[in-house]
Write a protein that binds this ligand. Structure first.
Ligand SMILES: C[S@@+](CC[C@H](N)C(=O)[O-])C[C@H]1O[C@@H](n2cnc3c(N)ncnc32)[C@H](O)[C@@H]1O
Length: 364
């Protein structure tokens, strides 16, 4: 649930979790994004501990790890939100709002933003995750005019783009019927039996220092990349539904442009993760192939676990670009996997690297 940057493919996490852990072992992801790693781990019977600083990421993760158990309660909240819509909610305050959402959708979104207690209530959070998922995705998959479902471009860019293509009017979707259908369809798959897991919203530097050691057997994560993605501003539309203003906020930028600060973040997080990893624990990090990101992560891992054996490998991942909603085609990206494991786990690591989609190049 939820498009996000650097989403872990489920088969990758499944293989990692089943290779390096047994049921009951704890799995830790300190930069969990939309939560694919903790979700897969929990569904495979491994309690997961997940941390992310981004409210949108946490929303999707928490909704997946701790979903409302009864769909009828989520559907009842859909109807309650519709009843809570005020005439003023349907009104547009900008060209962007007019072109992005039809009046009924706009009204529903504004009432949901005001009424849903997504931080504290499981039911409200589950519904909010559905709303956030579909509010920025084109018909028939979503409730908005044509949008990239991953990156939220600026309001002025979106208006220019829609205008140039004659997409002047958003789809007149009925939000209640649409969401009811989507929620029912998701729940029709059933809920997996999941190991009890904990998603935390906050800075991993602080959370990892505050939390009781979780004795993880596997730390699997994809850290933010150096100077690539602005996790705050690229999610400004979904952040709005969670209570932020409907605009980008350059003071909250999360692009990790400053290399010194980026290095300090990686070093601190891995140092603090150390007290959560068992002595026989394994670290598996997948990051962008940009030199500074990969080198920084590898160095931070080596410093945190000097006695572990570290390997890194390259992998080519073919996927649609984040801006594919705006007409760009498929692209191939290179990523790097870094594995740090105890010397005694050489056989397991050998099994992982030989069967991996990555080509592992060096060991030390
Ligand atoms: C590459 S994404 C992870 C994507 C994830 N693997 C998935 O499947 O969705 C990196 C994440 O790190 C988060 N992040 C950045 N700085 C952080 C910090 N100081 N503490 C916790 N999370 C942070 C970002 O919000 C982002 O969600």
């Amino acid at each position: 649930m939820g498009r996000y940057y650097a989403m872990f493919p489920a088969p990758f996490v499944t293989r990692a979790v089943t290779t390096f852990t047994a049921p009951g072992d704890v799995v830790l992801d300190p930069f969990s994004g939309r939560g694919n790693a903790p979700f897969v781990a929990a569904a495979l019977g491994r309690p997961a501990v997940a941390v992310d600083i981004q409210p949108v990421a946490w929303l999707f993760t928490a909704a997946k790890l701790l979903p409302a158990q009864q769909p009828k309660r989520v559907l009842a909240r859909v109807r309650a939100i519709e009843r809570a819509v005020r005439p003023v909610d349907r009104r547009s305050r900008s060209r962007f709002e007019t072109m992005a959402w039809a009046p009924a959708v706009r009204g529903f979104l504004k009432a949901a933003r005001r009424e849903l207690d997504w931080r504290n209530s499981r039911v409200d959070r589950t519904l909010m995750a559905f709303v956030a998922l579909h509010m920025q995705d084109s018909y028939p998959k979503g409730l908005s005019n044509r949008f990239s479902p991953t990156v939220a471009h600026s309001a002025s860019y979106a208006v220019r783009w829609w205008t140039a293509r004659g997409l002047l009017t958003p789809p007149a979707t009925d939000p209640v019927a649409f969401l009811t259908d989507r929620i029912a369809r998701r729940y029709a798959f059933g809920l997996p039996a999941m190991a009890p897991s904990k998603p935390f919203l906050g800075d991993a530097r602080l959370k990892l220092a505050q939390l009781t050691p979780c004795r993880a057997k596997l730390l699997i994560t994809s850290p933010p990349y150096h100077d690539v993605t602005d996790y705050w501003n690229d999610h400004w539309i979904r952040l709005w539904i969670l209570g932020e203003p409907l605009r980008k906020n350059w003071r909250r930028t999360q692009k990790h442009t400053n290399l010194k600060e980026y290095r300090s973040l990686m070093t601190t997080v891995f140092q603090r993760a150390k007290r959560h990893l068992r002595d026989d624990g394994v670290v598996l990090v997948r990051c962008g192939a940009k030199k500074r990101t990969a080198e920084t992560c590898e160095q931070a891992i080596r410093e945190a676990w000097p006695t572990k054996r570290v390997l890194s490998g390259r992998t080519r991942v073919e996927r649609r670009g984040v801006a594919s909603g705006y007409g760009h085609g498929a692209k191939v990206v290179e990523e790097i996997d870094i594995v740090a494991a105890p010397q005694e786990a050489a056989d397991t690591v050998q099994g992982w690297t030989s069967g991996a989609e990555s080509t592992y190049q060096k060991a030390s």
